[in-house]
Design a protein around this ligand. Structure first.
Ligand SMILES: O=C(O)c1cc(=O)[nH]c(=O)n1[C@@H]1O[C@H](COP(=O)(O)O)[C@@H](O)[C@H]1O
Length: 267
């Protein structure tokens, strides 16, 4: 099943995406500070939550920083084995010229076997196109990010485009129309900006939204759900609030408790 169809099916039961951002310094007990336990920690979280989620989102920097790419490969294989219908969004935020993008796409979809990847669209359509050569895979573009600095670019108005849209609005329009050749695109909009979630829904009603920022960043789950309304899949990510819900031997059970509560808040 392709990424869009997977999301369509799963988000009718859960809109929660658990983000896998492993920080060894926050691991429980004897694992604290041990980067060789990244796989074990994340696999325990996956095992405890996979029936509650519509996706998992490993953030590649948390693995690469510890030379743990091989653990990331094993983790994604584990997710596919224990939760075959649940898509893996590789959060890599890539964005480069076409020839380099081809290599990043190969990395995401062939090496890691991800179902979708996050991309920075700053370099334009030819930097996004190589990912779309992988039929059925998702390419999720940063549109209105959850951080304060998103204002620096994304909220600026484009004087040369009719209606002088803000940059994020123009991107949402492009992604919904001429860029979206095969139904593979999605957009990232931060939970910290519900009114922009509503605006992106207006401009790009058929695109799935990946919404990070509930939990540790303080985004309001109810406001996100209200702003997004019904329609294309809504995928709401929480990473630290789930991963580090507990700090003892029962960390996976505590993560499940938070995942259950977060899923309920997104219903
Ligand atoms: O693309 C993302 O996933 C992303 C976009 C964005 O605008 N804001 C954002 O926080 N993220 C990612 O979402 C995750 C948020 O983690 P928590 O704040 O711990 O839930 C991190 O992996 C971020 O890199």
């Amino acid at each position: 099943m392709n990424f869009a169809a997977q999301l369509q099916t799963l988000t009718s039961h859960s809109r929660l995406c658990v983000g896998l951002d492993p920080e060894p310094s926050r691991f429980p007990g004897d694992w604290a500070g041990d980067a060789s336990k990244i796989y074990d920690f994340c696999a325990a979280i996956v095992d405890a939550t996979h029936d509650l989620v519509c996706a998992f989102k490993p953030q590649i920097a948390y693995f690469a920083a510890h030379r743990a790419e091989e653990q990331l490969e094993r983790l994604i294989a584990h997710i596919h084995a224990v939760a075959p219908g649940v898509p893996v969004i590789l959060d890599a935020k890539r964005g480069d010229i076409g020839s380099t993008a081809e290599q990043y796409a190969r990395e995401a979809f062939e090496r890691y076997q991800a179902d979708a990847v996050t991309l920075s669209p700053f370099m334009g359509f030819d930097s996004v196109e190589p990912y779309m050569a992988y039929e059925g895979k998702g390419a999720i573009l940063l549109c209105r990010t959850s951080n304060k600095g998103g204002d620096d670019w994304q909220m600026q108005r484009l004087a040369d485009v009719p209606g002088q849209p803000r940059l994020f609005e123009h991107l949402a329009h492009l992604a919904e129309s001429q860029w979206n050749r095969n139904g593979q695109l999605g957009l990232v909009v931060g939970a910290t900006y519900p009114s922009e979630i509503a605006r992106v829904r207006e401009l790009a009603p058929t695109l799935p939204l990946l919404v990070p920022g509930v939990g540790a960043q303080g985004g309001d789950a109810a406001a996100v759900v209200q702003a997004a309304g019904r329609g294309a899949p809504l995928v709401v990510n929480s990473s630290r609030a789930v991963l580090y819900a507990g700090s003892g031997a029962d960390f996976a059970a505590r993560a499940r408790d938070v995942a259950l509560a977060t899923r309920a808040s997104l219903a």
